[in-house]
Design a protein around this ligand. Structure first.
Ligand SMILES: [Fe+2]
Ligand SMILES: [Fe+2]
Length: 336
């Protein structure tokens, strides 16, 4: 028997400006010459209300994520972040997210001022995949298409939106395959019928099962099984492959589930909804992470450890959730 423990994080929504609560607040911050006092008069920050997304990250919770990851570093094998690392795909936001993943600071997980922090001190592999927010081209109404995530993280080989990594231990291995199904273009959004007219649906919360990405995902899965016989394949994506309502829809998600079924992939990690969910679809475990530190209208911040035991081709799963307490800034074990 061999055991892998994956720390599953998602939806940081890091931004150049922390604790942004809504679009108006963000626009004011971008307006030079305006002071924090003026902004607070213009836009109430408390209670937190995300009138219009995007928000950014919650500073206390983000520091708590870095602290937890460092203090628990002997309790997991690798970190997986299933998308929406940044608020938008603008360079400043993506760079902030990148610094959180990999920038080293003097005091294990933070710098001497305590205002900068990262996961680099835990010295564990950290694998990321972009989400819809990481692809937004601007703050104010910019649609999909940003490539800053690719420029800064450099995770994908060539033009592909799929990459993989094998984790090995004595007695077994896990093959992680990551795929980005974020919208490529506005016109890839499906249409809806309204009063006899065909209207484009909203572009912001949406993903799409592209045939070329799905094909690469399947090919990479097959390749890993060839080079690593007996490997346990895990798919990691951003969008949740089940019914999450129109505004967060993963278009054509049944095609992804059918492919997972066809290839006997039994574990799928995702995020996007900001709501913790464990589901089983025809033998496929779908594990959706809550948001780790987005400054959202629902401030329930969660981290998760997926505990995988492999024994002669059989997989057993356990899940541990850790809930953030804003009172003392700690993530603690939470049983729902
Ligand atoms: Fe998100
Ligand atoms: Fe998302």
């Amino acid at each position: 028997m061999v055991r892998f423990r994956l720390l599953h994080l998602s939806d940081f929504h890091f931004g150049r400006n922390a604790d942004v609560t809504n679009l108006i607040h963000r626009a004011a911050l971008n307006f030079e010459g305006i002071s924090d006092v003026d902004i607070d008069k213009l836009v109430p920050r408390s209670p937190k209300q995300s009138l219009i997304k995007p928000t950014s990250h919650d500073t206390l919770a983000a520091f708590g994520v870095a602290k937890f990851c460092y203090e628990q570093k002997d309790n997991y094998d690798a970190v997986i972040v299933t998308g929406d690392l940044a608020t938008t795909g603008r360079r400043a936001d993506i760079q902030f997210a990148s610094d959180f993943i990999s920038k080293r600071y003097s005091e294990s997980f933070f710098d001497f001022t305590g205002t900068k922090y990262s996961l680099a001190g835990n010295e564990k592999d950290c694998f990321v995949i972009p989400g819809n927010h990481d692809r937004y081209t601007s703050t104010l109404g910019g649609g999909p298409g940003s490539v800053e995530f690719d420029n800064i993280f450099k995770i994908f080989p060539g033009a592909s939106r799929v990459y993989s990594k094998i984790l090995r231990k004595k007695g077994g291995s896990c093959g992680l395959v990551f795929a980005d199904f974020s919208l490529k273009k506005r016109r890839d959004v499906k249409t809806a019928q309204l009063a006899g007219a065909e209207l484009l649906k909203g572009i912001f919360g949406r993903g799409n099962v592209y045939n070329d990405v799905l094909s690469d995902l399947k090919a990479e899965t097959t390749r890993l099984r060839h080079v690593e016989p007996g490997v346990c394949i895990i798919w990691a994506i951003h969008f949740a492959p089940y019914d999450v309502g129109d505004s967060l829809e993963f278009q054509d998600y049944p095609k992804l589930l059918a492919a997972a079924k066809e290839l006997n992939v039994r574990l799928l990690l995702c995020g996007h909804t900001h709501t913790r969910s464990l589901q089983n679809w025809d033998g496929i475990h779908i594990v959706c992470a809550g948001t780790a530190c987005a400054n959202d209208e629902n401030p329930t911040h969660l981290l998760h450890i997926v505990d995988i035991r492999l024994d002669q081709g059989r997989m057993k799963l356990k899940h541990e959730d850790y809930l953030f307490s804003p009172d003392d800034g700690e993530f603690r074990r939470h049983k729902s």
